[in-house]
Design a binder for this molecule. Sequence first.
Ligand SMILES: [Zn+2]
Length: 96
Amino acid sequence: MKTNYRRCISCRKVGAKESFWRIVRVYLSREVQLEKGMGRSAYICRSAECLRVARQKNKLGRSLKATVPEHIYQSLSLADVLTILPRARRDPRSGS
Ligand SMILES: [Zn+2]
């Protein structure tokens, strides 16, 4: 399978598409949403630091040429927490 490379809008790091969050400005409705949809997209590392920088400098908004609603940032902060938690629970030595 071919790997798709993307660049983080915050730190400019290049990596596999799967390692980033995708934020999409939907083609028809011009609404900004996460992960799904066709339209102009921006990619950002799954890290709280890149999220913070992107938010502070409005990098997302500028990249998408749209206003990024507050709930998008909130979902991403939450997603950051959610991706950390399952990893901590997946310790093979625990629970047996
Ligand atoms: Zn980054």
